[in-house]
Design a protein around this ligand. Structure first.
Ligand code: UT7
Length: 319
């Protein structure tokens, strides 16, 4: 049976870190950050907050919007690169906090493409009758894997979570999905550290070749959107709302331009959220659903790209 999104939710930690405040610390400027990235501020989790806490807030809001009780959730997938711990999965921790025991719960690690990967898996599981009330969450606390002395990376990221509830539907809501990865580019965006005999070896901080990431993202995002459109025998003019991964406004603008879409059709939250990795797409989706921009019957294209390298698209009809 096809699936559709029945509700969305999101959560941002209370603490807002503005460019001005950050720039003074790292030798940057509000002007540099805004013009190069489109970012004006980001949210930072409190010391006591965990990724699963952020995820649970977003999940509860999505469940409320869908009118589904936590006890009726029968699948939880959390896309995250910043799990609470090495194991168990953040999804199992979320399941316990929600009181939704019984169904499968697992994490997906596809970095900033994690949400489109997770949504694709959930769609197939609903389609195969393996789940009826699936919770798909993107949640991240990147502030804990950043080197706050590296102005080339620490200004880019933020913390947050977004969630959707996926249910079976007579009419398809998820129209097409396409996923890709190319591990030969694994070094241009990574956290290469590992836990080894009780110690962290290698660097536990995010490392990025910003220019290489930029070029790669612009190249693949429009192509993978075209792949999902082709599967539906549609072209880019069918897209009412484009929700690319919120990494950098220049990457988003370039992608929209390659698809022939005006800036007015792109949902932008990177200015307020920064890059929240796997959380960025569901955060932007929830923002545009709740402010009324996304309307029933419209077509929405979600585009993810991130470390690995991974990339993918999910094309939706909003029902
Ligand atoms: O989820 C995917 C995550 N990653 C991304 O989306 C990143 C994609 N890449 C980018 O967004 C851009 O490459 C950046 C925003 C990271 C960098 O922009 P850029 O236009 O490629 O700048 P650049 O790296 O070529 O650096 C230009 C200059 C350098 O100084 P010099 O060598 O020209 O003197 C940097 O040292 O800007 C300097 N710089 C900064 N200056 C002020 C780098 N970071 C900063 C900073 N503030 N925060």
């Amino acid at each position: 049976m096809p699936s559709r999104i029945a509700g969305t939710g999101s959560y941002l930690p209370a603490r807002v870190l503005t460019n001005a405040e950050l720039a003074a610390r790292v030798g940057s400027s509000d002007e540099w950050i805004r013009t190069r990235t489109g970012i004006c501020q980001r949210h930072i989790a409190a010391d006591a907050e965990t990724t699963s806490d952020l995820a649970v807030h977003a999940a509860r809001r999505a469940l409320d919007a869908a009118g589904i009780a936590p006890a009726d959730v029968d699948l939880i997938i959390v896309a995250t690169t910043t799990p609470d711990m090495i194991f168990p999965s953040t999804a199992c921790i979320v399941q316990a906090k929600l009181g939704a025991a019984g169904g499968p719960a697992f994490d997906v690690q596809a970095v900033c493409s994690g949400f489109v990967y997770a949504l694709t898996i959930a769609d197939r599981m609903v389609a195969d009758g393996l789940a009826r009330n699936a919770l798909v969450i993107g949640a991240e606390i990147y502030s804990r894997i950043l080197d706050w002395n590296d102005r080339g990376t620490c200004v880019l990221f933020g913390d947050g979570a977004g969630a959707v509830v996926l249910v079976p539907s007579d009419t398809p809501g998820v129209l097409a999905t396409k996923l890709h990865a190319d591990g030969s580019h694994r070094d241009i965006l990574c956290v290469p550290g590992q836990v080894h005999n009780g110690r962290v070896t290698g660097t536990p901080f995010l490392h990025m070749d910003g220019g290489a990431v930029f070029k790669f993202a612009v190249k693949v995002l429009a192509d993978v959107a075209e792949e999902s459109l082709a599967a539906c025998h549609m072209d880019a003019s069918a897209i009412d709302w484009l929700i690319p991964h919120q990494a950098n406004i220049r990457i988003m603008d370039a992608t929209a331009k390659r698809l022939g879409l005006g800036a007015e059709r792109v949902i932008v939250t990177v200015d307020r959220h920064g890059n929240t990795s796997a959380a960025s797409i569901p955060l932007a989706l929830d923002t545009a659903v709740r402010d009324g921009r996304i309307q029933r019957g419209q077509h929405v294209m979600l585009l993810g790209v991130g470390g690995g390298f991974t990339w993918g698209s999910v094309f939706l009809r909003w029902l």
